[in-house]
Design a protein. Structure first.
Length: 187
């Protein structure tokens, strides 16, 4: 009878979980059925690249929380990135973006701000939230350690991992005896 190494099976399970999470993000409801969601699965050296960039941001901004979260994600086997092209409008003229009309929003200069591109259409931002929530739900149903991180997305944007996305969130995955993503104190 062959014996499969548990650690390797956990790694494979987390990769499968990540694959199912991107399916959940893709099939999550979108405003008007218009899909401007992007997904990616990051593992290996790229996780360290994200963590290292988060540490650079901590120094640049003098905010220790970036560095603390960088240490947290080094425990990840894989990270799911979910982004949205939010710089195009849904076309309802709701004004939630701060502009009087979708035409005014669409004509506004879209540029890189501190972490993401903007301005963003509220409907596209809501679509991102629904997709991220759907992916995190899938991870939870499969009992994978996970948590949604804004800072992972900001570093991924700086590293140009998803150039089409104006805003990105990251969800690290691990299988530990205790989730590494919830033990922290920010100053």
């Amino acid at each position: 009878m062959p014996i499969l190494d548990g650690k390797e099976q956990e790694r494979q399970g987390l990769m499968e979980t990540a694959n199912l999470m991107v399916v959940s993000a893709r099939t999550a409801p979108k405003s008007g059925g218009r899909d401007d969601i992007f997904t990616a699965v990051v593992y290996g050296k790229e996780i360290e690249d994200i963590a290292a960039d988060m540490e650079k941001i901590a120094v640049e901004r003098k905010q220790e929380a970036w560095s603390q979260q960088a240490q947290n994600i080094r425990n990840a086997e894989v990270i799911v990135l979910i982004g949205v092209r939010g710089t195009i409008s849904y076309v309802t003229n709701c004004g939630a973006c701060g502009y009087e009309s979708c035409d005014a929003f669409n004509s506004a200069e879209k540029r890189r701000r501190q972490d993401f591109d903007g301005p963003n259409c509220i409907f596209k931002t809501l679509d991102l939230g629904i997709a991220v929530g759907s992916a995190a739900k899938t991870a939870s149903l499969l009992n994978a350690d996970n948590r949604i991180f804004y800072r992972i997305g900001a570093a991924a944007k700086r590293l140009n991992y998803m150039p089409e996305a104006s805003t990105i969130m990251g969800i690290p995955l691990s299988a530990k005896g205790k989730s590494p993503y919830f033990d922290r104190v920010y100053k």
